[in-house]
Design a protein around this ligand. Structure first.
Ligand code: HXC
Length: 258
């Protein structure tokens, strides 16, 4: 399917999804959100895809929800229509790993989209922010929730209340991103990380994602039980046997997702 606001390339088991609205710094409008949901749902179903990378351009990942699209809406419009982001529920249903490769601005819905991914690798030029307060609103796709879990109350309050931007160095220190790399190396680094993941058993990969995400939804005791049960269940797979045998035979494992 040809998309209007997204470019998709599938190669070496990695789906690279590039946001593509250059005239609005990749601002998230209805079309982009719907196309993103569609492409990620398709990637989940496509057996050739083992990892997904979502990226923008070197100057911007995404500058937020499209302000033009939101400006004339009323409470009744947005409440009754569940407008601006209901499509992102499809992203949460993706069980394969998604890496956000962020360079330049990731603001508002852009920052929130990056946080919906499983982890963020950013360039040294990245700027994260939840500037919705400057528009007389608040974050609406996780900027007060996922951000608080990622970087803690003090910084999340600071970002959401002042609308200031956080640079890459601070984002790494705060735990928002997993790695910072020079801008020119960002896509290489993100694709290499995706390539590493693509080599693993998809059964373990999907179990890791499910288990880490569960930690946000439950108590430590319940989370530990969930992890232990999933860990035990891995011993029913051929890949467990292959992984451990390969280690003992000092060779690379050949996982078959079985
Ligand atoms: C619509 C946007 C946009 C946005 C940028 N543009 N951000 N259009 N929605 N969120 C457009 C500008 O209108 C402009 O178009 C072009 O992109 C370039 O932007 P400039 O402002 O001229 O560039 P610059 O001076 O470099 O500043 C970059 C910037 C600034 C710092 C990123 O554009 C900015 O502050 N953008 C808004 C960021 C923001 O408030 N995001 C939160 C949105 S609310 P023209 O046609 O004039 O050239 C949100 C809610 C999410 O995300 C929750 C619900 C989904």
């Amino acid at each position: 399917m040809a998309y209007e606001t997204i470019i998709v390339e599938i190669e070496d088991h990695i789906a690279l999804v590039k946001l593509n609205r250059p005239d609005a710094m990749n601002a998230l409008n209805d079309t982009l959100l719907a196309e993103l949901a569609d492409v990620l749902t398709a990637a989940q179903k496509n057996d050739k895809v083992r990892c997904i990378v979502v990226a923008g351009t070197e100057k911007y990942f995404a500058a937020g929800a499209d302000i033009k699209m939101m400006s004339d809406k009323s409470f009744v419009d947005v409440f009754m229509g569940d407008l601006f982001g209901a499509e992102t529920a499809a992203i949460a249903r993706v069980r394969k790993p998604i890496i956000a490769a962020v360079s330049g601005y990731a603001l508002g819905g852009g920052c929130e989209l990056a946080m919906m991914c499983d982890f963020i690798i950013c360039s040294d030029t990245a700027k994260f922010g939840q500037p919705e307060i400057n528009l007389g609103v608040i974050a609406g796709l996780g900027g007060t929730q996922r951000l608080t879990r990622a970087i803690g109350k003090a910084k999340a309050m600071d970002m959401n209340l002042t609308g200031r931007f956080m640079d890459a160095e601070e984002a790494e220190r705060a735990g928002l991103v997993s790695r910072v790399v020079p801008a020119k190396k960002l896509m290489e680094e993100a694709m290499a990380a995706a390539g590493k993941i693509a080599e693993k058993s998809m059964i373990s990969v999907m179990a890791v994602k499910e288990s880490v995400n569960r930690s946000f939804e439950t108590t430590l005791a319940e989370g530990m039980l969930f992890e232990r049960r999933l860990f035990f269940s891995m011993f029913s797979t051929e890949d467990q046997n292959e992984g451990m045998t390969a280690f003992l035979e000092k060779r690379e494992a050949q996982f078959r997702d079985r």
